[in-house]
Design a protein around this ligand. Structure first.
Ligand code: 4AD
Ligand code: MG
Length: 442
């Protein structure tokens, strides 16, 4: 039963006139009385199969004719050149139905349901997500997703970073209390982690260069095009480094992801209507850097209602990045707009040494990072300034009592990067089972 031939293999010229057996699922099928045209799909693509009544056993012909969409089959036949499409097709000599579909409950993801969703998604498609995964659009997204994960691992491992894991149950916030998920924990309260960062900083003196790809959790009540409650977070931490060093890694990582996609997934990107030249531009050019103050001035000049000290939410990033032709770094946010761990700028402590990387075309923030406050005294001041209790951060403070060094890191929202590079309208389109404030099923 093991599969050793894939539909994509059948498209080569060498396969013509070969006798083959291939496993797959019915994508669509039509028949006149004497001939069946069936499109068979597998994970690699689809191929037309032609079965003729006069060359196939009568019962087999009837079985194939009644095989509904998403029935699984093994088809045996001869590969033929298809004159009209320029590709190959299979002339069927035998068929075995493996998993039939009940005619009373046909596959619900029909072409009309897909057309109604128009590239986006409806509640109906989300309710049937477990089946929607098989559509060519979702399969394409999942392949791009896999290449992005692979690119992140290869970037960090190529530079001798150590992959390191932190707990998901934690005692305190990293990114502010308003998006913490509380979980009952044997009579106490615990939270789901918002970021690996604080635990990575504890291992920084041991490993010096470390990274992870793991889920992070945010109780985001508002449902937007770029927020999930559970998202995949690629984070790195590096010792003996400042804000510019960390930014250089963020830029190199994003460019490496773009280059990897061009190498591995050009066909998939084109099928989604993405401009490969644009992605090549992202892969090959340095990313501009502007300070927060300049971004606020640009927005104010566009008539946007924003005051110095406000964080840039999605609506503002969307306006700012609409005309960008490359990702841009925004640096030096006001201290009041960022969490306690950011290091105040020694040149002007109204600001912190941080950066966000904003993707073009209105996609906005894909990376948040910066230099960390690394002396005991400075971190105590920052925690007290924020009015948070020191208790949950005792281990974090303790790390700074024994040979603190300048260090920093960033977090990259993997789903956001995929949504941007795939040109998805909504972050939900690029993750198999999206989680938001209204949905934990299927
Ligand atoms: O900017 P954030 O909140 O930064 C941190 O969590 C830092 N502790 C990371 C670090 O320095 N190690 O989150 C980092 C990135 C964002 O830029 C965004 O891309 C993504 O995580 N992100 C989300 N993605 C999807 N859904 C959400 N609700 C997200 N929240 C953040
Ligand atoms: Mg951020």
């Amino acid at each position: 039963m093991a599969k050793d031939l894939w539909i994509s293999d059948l498209q080569s010229g060498d396969m013509v006139e070969q006798e083959i057996s291939i496993q797959g699922w019915v994508k669509r099928s039509r028949s006149s009385g004497k001939i069946i045209f069936l499109s068979l799909r597998d994970s690699t693509g689809s191929i037309q199969c032609v079965a003729k009544k006069d060359t196939l056993d009568e019962q087999k012909f009837a079985d194939l004719k009644s095989a509904l969409i998403e029935s699984s089959l093994v088809i045996t036949g001869t590969v033929k050149e298809d004159q009209r499409s320029g590709g190959n097709e299979i002339s069927v000599s035998d068929v075995e139905i493996i998993g039939a579909v009940n005619p009373e409950a046909p596959f619900p993801i029909t072409e009309s349901a897909m057309a109604a969703a128009d590239g986006g998604e409806t509640e109906f498609l989300l309710d049937n997500r477990h089946l929607y995964l098989r559509t060519s659009r979702m399969t394409t997204m999942l392949k791009i997703r896999s290449s992005v994960f692979g690119a992140i691992h290869s970037y960090f491992r190529g530079l001798d970073f150590i992959e390191y894991q932190a707990p998901c149950f934690v005692a305190g916030a990293v990114e502010g209390g308003s998006t913490l998920f509380e979980v009952p924990y044997f009579g106490r309260k615990a939270y789901l982690t918002q970021s690996w960062q604080l635990y990575a900083e504890a291992a920084m003196p041991a490993l010096e260069r470390l990274y992870t790809i793991a889920p992070s959790f945010r109780a985001e009540k508002s449902r937007t095009r770029r927020h999930l409650t559970e998202f995949w977070h690629a984070e790195m931490e590096i010792a003996w480094a400042g804000n510019d060093d960390v930014m250089a890694h963020g830029e190199a990582l994003v460019r490496h992801i773009c280059a990897t996609l061009l190498e591995e997934r050009s066909a998939e990107l084109e099928s989604l209507g993405r401009d490969l030249e644009m992605i090549k531009r992202f892969a090959e050019n340095p990313f501009p850097r502007i300070r927060y103050d300049e971004a606020v001035e640009r927005l104010q000049a566009l008539g946007v209602d924003i005051e110095w000290g406000d964080d840039l939410d999605y609506s503002k990033e969307k306006i700012l990045t609409a005309d960008f032709d490359l990702p841009h770094f925004l640096t030096h946010y006001p201290k009041v707009a960022k969490p306690f761990y950011h290091r105040p700028d020694p040149e002007d402590d109204k600001y912190v040494l941080c950066h966000d990387l904003l993707a073009p075309e209105g996609y906005g923030e894909i990376i948040g990072g910066g230099e960390r406050t690394w002396s005991e005294q400075e971190i105590l001041e920052r925690i007290d300034e924020e009015g948070t209790s020191r208790e949950a951060y005792e281990f974090y403070i303790d790390v700074r009592r024994y040979g603190g060094v300048p260090h920093g890191g960033f977090g990259l929202g993997v789903d956001r990067v995929i949504a941007w590079l795939a040109g998805a309208e909504h972050i939900r389109e690029v993750i198999p089972f999206p989680r938001d404030s209204r949905r934990v099923t299927p």
